[in-house]
Design a binder for this molecule. Structure first.
Ligand code: ATP
Ligand code: MN
Length: 482
């Protein structure tokens, strides 16, 4: 059964047929009119544009209209006609109206347009019904679909990696524990330690911070794989770019070196942006208009580039590729640094780059997306391929305007001895990752991969400025209501 949705009527009225009967259902955005005629703006979530329903008051019981309030849900049958008014091509001349559920105008919180984002986060269960979030959620869907399509079309296999893991060391301190212990009565060993042997899995477990390590196992069997699932980080950072629960895409490819890895990342990002432009133009135009209204008060040089031009801009330019060492020189010698404009001054080689540094490179210096490579090994994970210089690893971070890091990846260390040495240097043991080390013992292969933060991608594509506004139900410190 294929039910008619408002998108079909608005986009292809000729298919539905002017003069033909239609049957539509949706939520009322607004109602206005007079004693003779009432105009109802209806939306069913399939498209940002509302459908206008015109009701001749003589045909209906007066009491009916009192129930057709903003936020109420109705079922209309009638005829599709060409619109008399401006703003739409077609409208529905109502013959019957059934109210599924009214919404009390005193209590329904989404009465007027232009509520603040902060306010809408407090009503995340209802904000999904706003035009704003409709656009974001349709784009979120489109991007998820396009990611699967991108990888599927290139012969990658979707691998499901576990959400509950026992690997302990990577990102320690940032993980959520998983346990079935009664927290008021935790079993202890004789020497007072928590006795994880008695826990559900017989060992200490946590929610995963990345599917990469298992992803590598998949790449060593299937060649090219990708994961796409939720990841969890208990980092207590209240930034506009961090969530405690976010979605990550992690491709992992056998026989890819760092250059192949960069090429794939750039191709993928451009593909996704092109997909949004090709399939979600209505949503992008709506978001762009809202953003421009918000920016009206700002000074010229503080305004950001118009959303759709910004997306085209990324498509039309090659990403700048440079090493961490080169980037440090640029930053250190920048006027910004000399004038003390960075919160974290760039003192020299070895420092971890902050978001402000990444954004300086992208927004002020190159004015293009940047891929930074060859970071000091001290600030990167143990599994990255070590360079001949003994100081740097073959890491790559993709930096985007307005965001900073959108992708983090690397060529992986394929050499068993080198990997073991690095693990020992970091005070870790092979036993913790014995299964990971097995890939380097048995048929090791050069390989690479990266992680794309799904919500960071959405920040860019939607032009939103806070990551809490590109996921339906954000999880952040002190916030898990909905
Ligand atoms: P950052 O330095 O921005 O905190 P990271 O270096 O910890 O990120 P990675 O471990 O490399 O991030 O994870 C890969 C990608 O996942 C990042 O490039 C980013 O897009 C995304 N990401 C990381 N942490 C978060 C988070 N807390 N919320 C949303 N996305 C995240
Ligand atoms: Mn990173």
């Amino acid at each position: 059964m294929n039910k008619l949705r408002l998108k079909d009527i608005i986009k292809t009225p000729e298919v539905v047929g002017i003069g033909n009967p239609v049957d539509v259902k949706g939520w009322v955005r607004s109602r206005r009119g007079n004693n003779f005629v009432q105009f109802i703006a209806l939306n069913d979530g399939s498209i940002v544009t509302n459908l206008q329903v015109v009701a001749d008051t003589a045909k209906f019981d007066e009491e009916l209209f009192k129930q057709i309030t903003t936020g109420s849900c109705i079922h209309v049958t009638g005829k599709l006609v060409e619109s008399q008014g401006k703003g739409q091509n077609v409208e529905v001349q109502a013959e019957t109206i059934e109210v599924y559920g009214t919404a009390d105008p005193v209590l329904y919180p989404l009465q007027k347009k232009g509520h603040s984002m902060e306010f809408m986060r407090e009503i995340a269960h209802l904000r999904l019904r706003t035009n704003y979030f409709g656009c974001v959620l349709r784009l979120r869907h489109a991007m998820a679909f396009a990611i699967h399509k991108f990888f599927n079309d290139r012969g990658f296999f979707y691998l499901h990696t576990p959400l509950i893991t026992a690997s302990d060391a990577e990102g320690a301190g940032e993980m959520f524990n998983v346990t079935t212990f009664d927290l008021n009565n935790i079993p202890r060993t004789e020497d007072g330690q928590i006795d994880y042997k008695q826990d559900f899995f017989g060992k200490h477990t946590n929610l995963t911070v990345s599917g990469q390590l298992e992803g590598e196992l998949g790449a060593m069997a299937l060649g090219n794989i990708y994961t796409f699932g939720p990841t969890f980080r208990a980092e207590n950072s209240n930034t506009p770019r961090h969530l405690a629960e976010f979605w990550m895409i992690e491709p992992e490819m056998a026989f890819y070196d760092i250059k192949d890895n960069m090429d794939l990342a750039e191709e993928m990002l451009k593909y996704l942006i092109q997909y949004a432009l090709d399939n979600n133009m209505d949503d992008l135009q709506f978001l762009s208009k809202r953003l421009q209204e918000e920016e009206k008060g700002k000074k010229e040089d503080e305004k950001s580039m118009e959303l759709i031009s910004k997306l085209h801009f990324v498509l039309e330019h090659e990403f700048v590729r440079l090493t961490y060492t080169e980037a440090i020189e640029i930053l250190r010698n920048s006027n910004y640094n000399k004038k003390g404009k960075f919160q974290y001054p760039v003192t020299g080689w070895g420092i971890d780059l902050q978001s402000e540094h990444e954004r300086y490179l992208v927004e002020k210096h190159f004015k293009k997306p940047v891929i930074l490579t060859d970071y000091p090994k001290e600030i990167k994970a143990f599994y990255m391929k070590q360079n001949e210089d003994g100081k740097t690893v073959r890491a790559m971070d993709v930096l985007f305007p307005g965001i900073g890091e959108i992708i983090g990846g690397s060529e992986r260390e394929a050499d068993y001895e080198k990997l073991l040495n690095r693990v020992h240097e970091l005070g870790m043991t092979e036993e913790q990752y014995w299964w990971y080390f097995d890939t380097r013992k048995f048929g090791s292969a050069p390989h690479s991969g990266y992680g794309l933060g799904f919500e960071r991608l959405l920040l860019f594509v939607t032009g939103m400025s806070n990551i809490r506004d590109v996921i339906p139900f954000p999880r952040t410190p002190q916030n898990a209501e909905f």
